[in-house]
Design a binder for this molecule. Structure first.
Ligand SMILES: [Zn+2]
Length: 288
């Protein structure tokens, strides 16, 4: 640290966090950087793919080599666990369900059941750490290569309403479980966007958001939505007789995302909650 360290590089906050793996302290720091030169990298659209974790509009993709879906087509929330860890997790979940079945109404959670919950949480925390590590590497590579990155706006409303399940109460029906899985993958996508945003700014680039509406249904070659073009999760074959473009469904969506940006349809975040503020001692102009 040089002479400027006193003022420009400083800790602006600290937070103690307890998660399943133990206590952590997180410092919020403010550092002074030289303004980066404008990024020379190309524009790219990115889709949070169903089959490809990050599908890029230019045909590239970033994959962690872990299938995101189970054999029955639902998202695999435990894809970051090794197979023996998955076996262990399943055993713990069965044990928890079994112990819970003996619990009488209003009876407090037994220490044994609590311990099982803790073990489940530890495995989940391990999985999250691995996911975050991969996301840091992938987003750093993208932010180094591309100067303008366009992504879809995350649908927060869906995320909140679908996140009803918890580890203790995963939800009884398939729809609730699917909702929990979806909210986990959306949480991961939100983290990817956050990482991309600051990593791009550090390198003189920028991130833009566009509306996710119809990006997976529209053909990125002819721009028309022709019913039946989305063959399955992975395949897009344009049914427009004059077009017939075909390709990976996630790449198609990423191309649409970039196209929306090029057409100028960028989402600008609205101001947050409207808060009426009044400086102490100064009456608002209207009341004077
Ligand atoms: Zn087409």
């Amino acid at each position: 640290m040089g002479k400027r360290a006193n003022n420009d590089n400083r800790i602006t906050g600290a937070r103690l966090i307890k998660d399943a793996l133990g206590w952590h302290i997180a410092f919020r720091v403010q550092t002074l950087h030289a303004r980066p030169e404008p990024h020379q990298g190309a524009e790219v659209g990115i889709d949070a793919g169903v089959n490809l974790p990050l599908a890029l509009s230019d045909g590239n993709h970033f994959d962690h080599g872990r299938p995101s879906r189970l054999a029955n087509g639902t998202a695999d929330r435990d894809k970051w666990l090794k197979s023996e860890e998955k076996v262990k997790l399943l055993r713990l979940e069965q044990r928890a369900a079994h112990r819970k079945s003996f619990r009488k109404p209003l009876e407090r959670t037994s220490n044994r059941l609590r311990k099982t919950y803790d073990q489940i949480k530890q495995l989940r925390a391990t999985a999250t750490r691995r996911a975050v590590d991969w996301q840091h590497k992938a987003t750093a590579e993208i932010a180094g290569q591309y100067g303008t990155v366009v992504v879809e706006q995350l649908n927060i409303t869906n995320m909140v309403t679908s996140a009803r399940g918890t580890i203790e109460n995963p939800g009884k029906n398939v729809a609730q479980k699917a909702g929990l899985n979806r909210s986990i993958s959306q949480e991961a996508w939100g983290r990817t966007v956050t990482m991309l945003t600051y990593k791009l700014v550090q390198r003189g680039g920028a991130l833009h958001k566009v509306s996710a509406r119809n990006t997976s249904l529209r053909c990125s070659a002819c721009g028309i939505i022709t019913p039946g073009s989305r063959k399955d999760q992975a395949t897009f074959e344009c049914e427009n007789a004059d077009c017939g473009w075909s390709g990976n469904a996630d790449h198609n969506a990423a191309r649409n995302v970039l196209q929306l940006y090029r057409m100028g349809h960028v989402l600008i975040p609205a101001a947050g909650r409207a808060v009426a503020r009044r400086t102490r001692g100064v009456k608002p102009a209207a009341a004077r």
